[in-house]
Write a protein that binds this ligand. Structure first.
Ligand SMILES: Cc1ncc(COP(=O)(O)O)c(C=O)c1O
Length: 329
């Protein structure tokens, strides 16, 4: 019979007590009452801390992870950083499996923390490196004695983390919420948040935001350059989300959205947050009704995107410049 590692479980419980509750920041907007939940303030730097925490918590509780376990996971960056924070804190090993789209700063942090970081170079599948990363994870899990694969793409505990943590904080801080915009990749965030806000607040419009080239909402796949949002597979968790509407944003608009958010509010955010900000502005462009109460996540900070989204040379080399920004003014 598998037993919970009591020492590790105590560390898991202590981590929950000490995890920050992230702030909700009010942003001026011409048409809506706009609130950003600052997930970039999590210790691992993104909203992914919530999913990572709940996934590892449940695995420790079930006895699937002990202090001897090595966690092996595929991530384009933020989930690896979240696991990196948590595994270091809990005293368990991690092998992150990343790909060439990862931000240089993220890769440096991971390499500074862990002896072994695996970077796949290909093959590129329909728009991404996901399948190559997952193949490498499967090889590593086979090769190692005591390995645990969190499987963020279909593990419902990630969704539960957003229900119990991010979602609980959001409904407590903003009970008047009418519209929630969420960027999607594994679908864990939108599944957990949408279940929580509709359960606690009733009629909330939940808008999924995806990037063009991602297949999650049924569009054709194409090469994408900015990590964090989108996927080259349709993740099963997306079917657990309560989605009212969706907006697809091109990577050009994503870059413009990041720059708009910086110029309008001084917030240096990552690509997915720029995507969501562009979607909000497009959705409410010319809105004439009473201001809806809108929330979105500032899913990660922009520092790791300084050499990409915020570097004019990179933007122009990738033909991602000069999208007209939709500012809703
Ligand atoms: C910055 C950022 N935003 C949004 C998402 C999408 O979240 P989810 O995978 O829960 O759909 C991710 C996922 O990696 C992310 O890193």
């Amino acid at each position: 019979m598998v037993m919970t590692d009591a020492v590790l479980w105590e560390r898991v419980e202590a981590t929950r007590r000490e995890m920050p509750r992230t702030d909700l920041v009010r942003l001026a907007h011409p048409h809506v009452e706009l609130h950003a939940k600052m997930e970039s303030a999590n210790p691992g730097g993104s909203a992914k801390d919530r999913a990572a925490y709940w996934i590892l918590r449940e695995a420790v509780r079930r006895g699937e992870i002990t202090r001897r376990t090595t966690v092996v996971e595929s991530s384009s960056g933020n989930f690896a950083l979240a696991l990196s924070w948590l595994c270091a804190r809990l005293g368990i090993r991690l092998i992150p499996v990343i790909d060439p789209n990862v931000n240089a700063a993220t890769e440096r942090t991971l390499r500074a923390t862990w002896n072994r970081v695996e970077k796949v170079e290909g093959p590129v599948d329909a728009g991404g490196f996901l399948l190559a990363r997952l193949d490498r994870v499967a090889e590593l899990v086979k090769e190692l004695d005591d390995a645990y694969w969190p499987d963020q793409y279909s593990n419902a505990d990630g969704m539960r983390g957003h229900y119990e943590l991010t979602g609980a904080e959001l409904v407590a801080a903003l009970p008047t919420l009418t519209h929630l915009f969420v960027g999607i990749s594994t679908g864990a965030t939108i599944a957990g948040l949408s279940q929580r806000v509709t359960h606690d607040l009733g009629d909330v419009t939940v808008i999924a935001v995806d990037v063009a080239g991602s297949v999650i909402l049924g569009g054709p796949p194409s090469r994408r350059w900015i990590p964090g949002i989108g996927s080259s597979i349709r993740p099963p968790l997306i079917d657990r989300a309560v989605i009212t509407d969706s907006v697809i944003v091109s990577e050009r608009e994503e870059v413009a959205g990041c720059h708009d958010l910086l110029r309008d509010h001084g917030l240096l955010a990552g690509g997915s947050t720029g995507c969501v900000y562009a979607a909000i502005n497009r959705y409410f462009d010319g809105w004439r009704g009473p201001p809806p109460v809108v929330a979105f996540l500032c899913a990660d900070a922009g520092q790791a995107y300084r050499d990409t989204v915020y570097d004019p040379a990179w933007v122009s080399a990738h033909h991602l410049g000069s999208a007209a920004s939709v500012k809703g003014a």
